[in-house]
Design a protein around this ligand. Structure first.
Ligand code: ADP
Ligand code: ZN
Length: 732
């Protein structure tokens, strides 16, 4: 006979960090008090045991005939996941149409790290020598070293004494060495909130005062800290961080590029005579676990990280700074799709803490929020120390005598020559990795294409490979053309940074040329080393992709040449002009940061384009006003709202069918429009066909509600995956 169902009032909801639709229902543990909401608990799931969090709200009754299982253990030593973070998880799941468990997983990326004692390692100390122990020369060596350097591990001691580990083990067994457990974590000096920063200028001091007041208010607010590159934004928001430290609270600083972390950490340590903690995808598992524990316990006072740092269970977060808030890399495009800048504002609201957005080129969304009075505005008008802004001019490539195989125009060449002659440095910016973006067969013109994507293969000559920048596919350059079978020379088409470096080396044989691109700079160490070489003036011409545009300081860099200022202006991206504007302004900001004035030359085939014309006039306000007007007319963000639906699958017919089904069930209302389905610009990606639909709505529309209702009415064929991208940034 089936036992009666458990009444749902006896059940607790437990959210598991897994992509499940809902929290699951469990009986309370058989012993001990009822765990509070937010407790970390161990529960059975199928034949596994998993960690989850006791969630708020009434549990669902179990289906008839199904017996509830009990919570196995409550981890009382782990701090509760606070209510503000639980509400944030629910909100974000709702907004991005992701299962709440998938969002919880972002908060607890390795829940096991939070339980149990912190990892320790064993070190060896010398004990009084036991009587009757035979002292071989090897043993004598070991004991002498252990006496001199107490606290070595077994392996280190064996190596230092050149003995086998067996010798050490014997000594431990005999009692001549004693093993002692010490924390595995390395010691980190805490930042000192009373450490004094540089003397701030009047303008900086006033700005810092406003940010400090926002932190001291212990309440939600959003402030845009706007100032040209070099104005001292970092110096100023450090004052807000200092205030959070004085209040005994934690501060989180998001930065857009992992590569910038080390430079940021070094600078922080100089300013605060103590260390901040980094969080990003490249931490080793051990370091990750250590950092997560330190964040949850409050030991990590200041955290700098990539977007994923936003979701962690801080013990007492008092401030979030989003540096370079306009940066598109805050948009997570895989898995749970979200914009970390926007989610930072939402988390700040749930936690009741201030959020600061720093940028020299704020996004139109943020500027519009300032205009509407939702965000405060703290401007920093000048460059620190009165360094002047660079002089910007366009080079009209239609009028430059230049061969198709060359990319540095005579005008730019002349400017580089003059710069080098003065002992100064030049930077050439080209947002294209590799040698050439396209490779052709010299006989039939066949273009080498990725087998998995609608994309050309990019030659990386340094590595001797062709690569797809979308799926990571790699191949050697073929011996014969796959189309005509001729054994030919393949022809590179267009420039990448490697090819540009080759040209620079030919034009300036005396100059020391270095390339900086994300694929050649595999570790943070590499980047720091190259940056130091540039700072020591061991590099004359630095060539780079957008990685050089962000945040670095090069005092002697006075000339920036943008090889293809038109790149990025084409295509169907509604933010193309804004992005190009931001990127070019950031790049231009690298020139002339110290006493020497800088110069920026933009190579373009359409210098009359509004973005480039405004750049050359130095007319930021004019460009932004025109761009906002354009967006208003088109009903685009920040005046309207967008959501993209992307259906994909290995079978083209199914994908087409799914697109049609979504169009058939599309919502119809006066304030809504659905565009598509249409093949995505990347219509084939990682072996999957792709179609897109775009929902366009008025600003006040509850987009997630519209989407949920729409999707509930649609039946997609099996094998087709649907991705929902609310507030899309990528239109590929
Ligand atoms: P931003 O973040 O706006 O680009 P930074 O804060 O990085 O500007 O400042 C640019 C440079 O000027 C840094 O080297 C910084 O240390 C220096 N700087 C800014 N403000 C001051 C100041 N008040 N005193 C001394 N140096 C300053
Ligand atoms: Zn590919």
């Amino acid at each position: 006979m089936a036992s009666p169902p458990t009444p749902s009032s006896d059940l607790l909801r437990v959210l598991l960090p897994l992509p499940l639709g809902q929290p699951l229902s469990y009986l309370p543990p058989r012993e001990g008090p009822l765990p509070a909401a937010g407790s970390l608990v161990r529960v059975p799931l199928g034949n596994r045991e998993v960690l989850g969090v006791v969630w708020d709200g009434a549990a669902e009754p179990l289906p008839a005939g199904k017996q509830a299982k009990a919570i196995l253990a409550v981890h009382e030593d782990v701090p509760l996941l606070e209510p503000a973070l639980r509400r944030f998880v629910d909100w974000m799941a709702d907004y991005t149409l992701n299962p709440p468990g998938a969002v919880l997983r972002m908060c607890l990326p390795m829940p096991d790290a939070l339980i149990g004692p912190p990892p320790s390692r064993n070190v060896l100390d010398v004990a009084p020598q036991p009587p009757e122990m035979r002292l071989s020369p090897a043993r004598q060596r070991v004991l002498a070293i252990a006496r001199e350097q107490p606290g070595l591990s077994q392996a280190d001691l064996a190596e230092a004494a050149s003995v086998t580990p067996g010798v050490i083990r014997n000594l431990v067994e005999l009692g001549a060495l004693i093993s002692r457990a010490v924390p595995a974590e390395k010691y980190r000096p805490e930042p000192d909130s009373s450490a004094v920063g540089p003397d701030l200028s009047d303008g900086q001091g006033e700005a810092a005062g406003r940010l400090v007041a926002a932190v001291a208010a212990r309440d939600y607010s959003v402030t845009l800290l706007e100032g040209v590159t070099g104005a001292g934004k970092t110096e100023v928001y450090f004052e807000a961080v200092a205030e959070a430290l004085r209040l005994g609270r934690q501060a989180l600083v998001l930065i857009p590029e992992i590569a910038l972390t080390q430079a940021w950490l070094d600078r922080f340590e100089r300013r605060f005579a103590g260390q901040a903690w980094a969080w990003h995808s490249e931490l080793s598992p051990g370091r990750r676990a250590e950092t997560l524990r330190a964040i949850a316990s409050g030991k990590a006072r200041v955290v700098v990280g990539a977007r994923s740092a936003l979701f962690l269970p801080y013990a007492d977060l008092g401030l979030i700074v989003v540096d370079e808030e306009h940066d598109a890399s805050y948009k997570q495009e895989e898995g749970a799709i979200y914009n970390a800048r926007d989610m930072a504002v939402v988390r700040g609201k749930h936690q009741g803490i201030p959020v600061m957005l720093a940028s020299a080129t704020p996004s139109l969304e943020t500027l519009q929020n300032v205009k509407r009075g939702r965000y405060g505005h703290v401007p920093l008008p000048e460059r620190h120390g009165g360094a002047s802004m660079p002089d910007i001019a366009a080079i009209d490539m239609r009028k430059q005598p230049i061969s198709r195989q060359r990319f540095i125009s005579p005008a730019l060449q002349t400017a580089i020559t003059a710069t080098l002659a003065q002992g100064e440095q030049a930077m050439l910016f080209l947002n294209r990795r590799g040698y050439a973006p396209l490779t052709l067969c010299g006989a039939c013109g066949h273009r080498l294409q990725c087998p998995n994507c609608t994309a050309w293969l990019v030659e990386h000559r340094g590595k001797g490979r062709l690569q797809c920048h979308h799926c990571g596919f790699q191949a050697r350059l073929p011996e014969t053309c796959p189309a005509c079978g001729e054994a030919v020379r393949f022809k590179p088409c267009g420039p990448g940074v490697e090819r540009l470096a080759e040209e620079a080396a030919e034009l300036f044989p005396e100059a020391r040329v270095a390339v900086m691109a994300s694929d050649t700079m595999t570790s943070a160490r590499h980047i720091v080393e190259l940056l130091e070489r540039v700072a020591r003036r061991e590099v004359d011409i630095l060539i780079g992709t957008q990685i050089v545009a962000k945040g670095h300081h090069f005092p002697l860099l006075t000339l920036v040449g943008v090889i293809d200022a038109d790149l990025g202006l084409a295509g169907g991206d509604p933010r193309a002009a804004e992005r190009t504007w931001q990127l070019l302004t950031q790049v231009a900001g690298r020139a002339g940061r110290a006493e020497r004035p800088g110069r920026v030359l933009l190579q373009s085939f359409m210098p009359e384009h509004p973005v480039l014309a405004a750049m050359a006039r130095g007319d930021a306000a004019g460009f932004l006003a025109a761009e906002l007007d354009e967006r208003r007319r088109a009903g685009m963000p920040p005046f309207g709202r967008l959501a993209a639906l992307i259906v994909s699958g290995p079978d083209q017919a199914h994908v087409t069918q799914a697109g049609r089904e979504l169009a058939r069930t599309a919502p119809s209302a006066a304030d809504l429009r659905v565009l598509g389905p249409a093949p995505a610009p990347l219509s084939f990606l990682r072996g999957r066909h792709r179609e897109r639909l775009l929902l366009k709505a008025e600003r006040g529309t509850d987009i997630p509600a519209v989407l949920r209702e729409w999707l509930a009415r649609s039946k997609l064929p099996s094998g087709v995956k649907l991705q929902v991208d609310v507030d899309p940034y990528s239109f590929l």
